[in-house]
Design a protein around this ligand. Structure first.
Ligand code: FES
Ligand SMILES: [Fe+2]
Length: 432
């Protein structure tokens, strides 16, 4: 349980708040690089700030506070220049760093000009995603996590804008037991109402959590599984502060899978699913699969306004939203199975304090040698893959991907029934 003050401290992400300052020590992804390919500007809301992503005439990207410091017109309609962007209203020009470069029609007055600086943040691309750094300089390195830099992968990016605070989503990643119920018994109950008997839930015998260089790992021992299994021995990581990396697949289907919970503001979160699949050795993969990050929206409400709970991610989203816009942690009662959640909160508090003391928090990367490629500890033989690649994929957000059927083909062969299933899902999607 937290006090009102502690709950605010843990959840608020605005500039100047303790968590807002912690979040600003990390590069945050906010769009796919493709999204600005055919445009000059894109409006972005990130950590409670309204921003505009822009491309200058030389193709360099910038991210600037949306409203012009002159009389507040939006840079979303700005005119790109060689050094930055001009406001559409009176043409004042700004650099990528937010410095005012000139003020046409004004007498040149450097003192006045310098006063009208605004916020401008660095942007970098990695693995087809755009990341922003909104903290103080010197900026750290953008972490080159394994799945973002592995060569030759088939990449896709799902997204949902969820009307809730980011923390309850992250806390779910420190809560292994929920899978037994939400994705197990709750799903069995849904099927029971359709007259179908399924038994998919597996009991957790033990859970554990460990701190490592980039955050925490979570471990589970399921009934009937061995302590030598990857789920218990290796587990999977929660990369601080807001990324889950879950499972690497095995020899049959190797992949990297991230869920990044990007705070749009205190009450909205951009949920990104970034998956990178490693094609089987020697396979000739159609080039269209490799040349871009395939994007899709993950729906969570159906045509009748009901939650979509026939897949793992939809079940999670239902539970998260049902906790309230910002979960009220003053009236919760944590049990022994919540100790991962408690440990994560303790670490967040400890890291906020470090930032307050002027130190780098955990998982801030500044050493280029360490950053050539960061290989995360991650289970390979994962329990939830036991019924095959296609079956698992089509039980998750990935079923909405425009390349779901291609992935089934790549990993299961031309004749797998999952191909028809994936096609049917795409047809259903158009009705939402
Ligand atoms: S409002 Fe931007 S130049 Fe006037
Ligand atoms: Fe879940």
């Amino acid at each position: 349980m937290e006090t009102i003050e502690q709950n605010k401290m843990l959840t608020q992400v605005g500039k100047g708040t303790p968590m807002g300052e912690l979040m600003r020590r990390y590069w945050q992804p906010f769009a796919a690089a493709d999204e600005i390919k055919d445009k000059w500007t894109l409006r972005v809301r990130l950590l409670g700030e309204n921003l505009v992503l822009f491309k200058d005439r030389l193709g360099k990207l910038g991210l600037i506070a949306e409203n012009c410091p002159h009389r507040r017109a939006s840079f979303a309609h700005g005119i790109p220049t060689e050094r930055g962007i001009r406001c559409p209203y009176h043409g004042w020009e700004y650099s990528h760093k937010g410095e005012c470069l000139n003020q046409p029609n004004e007498l040149d007055n450097p003192g006045f000009r310098e006063k009208v600086t605004t916020d401008g943040y660095p942007v970098q691309e990695l693995g087809g995603l755009l990341f922003a750094y909104m903290g103080p300089q010197p900026q750290p390195l953008l972490p080159r996590l394994d799945g973002f830099v592995h060569p030759g992968t088939i990449r896709m990016l799902g997204r949902s804008l969820l009307p809730i605070n980011w923390l309850q989503i992250m806390e779910n990643s420190l809560d292994p037991v929920h899978t037994e119920w939400l994705h197990g018994h709750h799903y069995e109950f849904l099927k029971e109402q359709e007259g179908v008997k399924v038994a998919i839930s597996t009991h957790h015998k033990k859970i554990d959590f460990k701190e490592f260089e980039y955050g925490m790992t979570k471990h589970r021992l399921l009934e009937g599984h061995s302590e030598d299994g990857d789920d218990w021995k290796i587990g999977h990581p929660i990369v601080f502060p807001n990324t889950l990396a879950v499972g690497n697949g095995d020899e049959a289907a190797r992949y990297f899978s991230f869920q990044i919970r990007v705070p749009v503001d205190d009450e909205n979160t951009l949920h990104l699913w970034y998956n990178a699949y490693v094609p089987p050795q020697g396979m000739k993969v159609p080039t269209h699969l490799l040349e871009k990050v395939h994007q899709y929206t993950v729906p969570f409400i159906d045509a009748n306004g009901e939650y979509i709970v026939d897949n793992v991610d939809g079940q999670d989203i239902m539970a998260w939203i049902s906790q309230g816009t910002i979960a009220d942690r003053t009236s919760e009662n944590l049990g022994a199975t919540d100790r991962g959640v408690a440990m994560y909160r303790r670490m967040l508090k400890r890291e906020m304090k470090k930032v307050e003391d002027g130190l780098d928090p955990i998982a801030v990367v500044r050493d280029p040698l360490k950053n050539e490629r960061i290989d995360l500890p991650n289970e390979k033989k994962k329990h939830h893959n036991s019924d095959g690649f296609a079956s698992f994929m089509l039980r998750t957000h990935a079923k909405y991907s425009p390349i779901a059927k291609d992935l089934v083909k790549v990993f299961e062969g031309e004749n797998h029934p999952g191909i028809q299933e994936a096609q049917a899902i795409q047809a259903e999607l158009s009705k939402l």
